[in-house]
Design a protein around this ligand. Structure first.
Ligand code: HEM
Length: 223
């Protein structure tokens, strides 16, 4: 017997999947590349140059990042517009997580738009008009100059914290929605694992950002 899947079900599953693959995997790769700044400007600039040397890089970016990101972002905003938060009547942790997932989604929408226009395309007049991707030799310098401006650094801290929360809580949602963590105990253990993963990812993300304004990052020479 053929099973008919509703359109909403398929769109919803694609939204969930895109959050993990490719977006989540891209986030890990992105933090890895940024962490090259810990070893100094030359190391980071070389990493950017290597990425740009990937064959068909523009197609990889469009198909592997921009299209999934636009789909996830736009459908995520549709889901958010339909949200019915009930935190005040039922202040359970999972209800708060439901609302924070949507609030961080909205923050990410604005943050990622700004971030991509700023560093990938160099299209923020008055702040930066040089594409980091197209000028690997100046990459570290462009980021470092901006991060020395306190308001910009704060914007990036809010962006990193929101992204890591959204991704770590998103992994838990995915494990539950896709029937990977079934049962109360499995879901509780998966929750602890996501918290631990989120904390490590947060430390890596913040340390990489700090490395652009302080040689060696938060605790130089520790690793
Ligand atoms: C750009 C703006 C973004 C918006 C507006 C947005 C919005 C949302 C919303 C509303 C949900 C909850 C869906 C639900 O409960 O059914 C969600 C889930 C999720 N998002 Fe995003 N998101 C954005 C960016 C990202 C990024 C950059 C990543 C990856 C780092 C990501 C990863 C995830 C994951 C893994 C889930 C969980 C999927 C699931 O429910 O199984 N999102 N997003």
């Amino acid at each position: 017997m053929a099973i008919r899947l509703s359109r909403t079900f398929v769109l919803r599953k694609l939204h969930q999947l895109s959050g993990i693959m490719p977006l989540g995997f891209f986030l890990l790769e992105h933090f890895y590349t940024n962490s090259k700044a810990l070893a100094g400007a030359g190391s980071f600039n070389k990493a950017v140059e290597d990425l740009q040397a990937i064959p068909y890089i523009l197609l990889v970016e469009i198909g592997g990042i921009f299209i999934p990101l636009i789909y996830h972002a736009v459908y995520g905003l549709v889901i958010t517009a339909e949200a019915r938060p009930n935190n005040l009547a039922y202040p359970y942790p999972r209800n708060w997580f439901y609302t924070i997932q949507r609030v961080t989604g909205i923050i990410l929408f604005f943050f990622i738009t700004f971030h991509v226009l700023n560093f990938r395309f160099g299209m923020i007049p008055g702040l930066n008009t040089v594409s980091v991707a197209h000028h690997p030799d100046q990459s570290f310098e462009i980021v470092s100059r901006e991060f020395r401006m306190i308001p910009i650094f704060i914007v990036y801290m809010v962006g990193i914290v929101s992204t890591v929360w959204h991704f770590a809580n998103g992994i838990w949602l995915f494990l539950v929605d896709w029937g990977i963590a079934i049962g109360e105990r499995a879901q509780r253990l998966a929750g602890y694992a996501c918290v631990a993963f989120g904390l490590v990812l947060l430390a890596v993300g913040i340390n990489a950002a700090v490395a652009f304004i302080r040689p060696g990052g938060l605790i130089p020479g520790i690793l």
